[in-house]
Design a protein around this ligand. Sequence first.
Ligand code: FES
Length: 123
Amino acid sequence: MKAACFCVPAINWRADPGHKEPFRAARMARVENTMSDQAFDVVLARSGRTVHVSAGQSIANALLDAGIDVAVACEEGMCGACVVPLLAGEADHRDTVLGDDEQQRAIALCCSRARTPSLTLDL
Ligand code: FES
């Protein structure tokens, strides 16, 4: 009787999986956008606090540095763990999880930035 080998999965492995391209494109766009990052403020509607976000710093890191607990996971705009409601201001969305309609009322704190001097969050 011939023994079967189960050490190599019987799949067709592709050297260059095309399904990763959108993520790579989004990551490259974030890298290019980082070159022109500007500082801005984040206003927390519930507490009235204002937190400054420096150029090159994420909103999530600015909030964590200020002692404000926010959820983060992938830190690359791909999982949605850091998404919070956006109440005012225009966001520069750099995530891959929010749809066009969701971008009008939410923001991913780990990667997105502001196109206006401040953003108001429902935090
Ligand atoms: S931590 Fe995953 S999208 Fe922000």
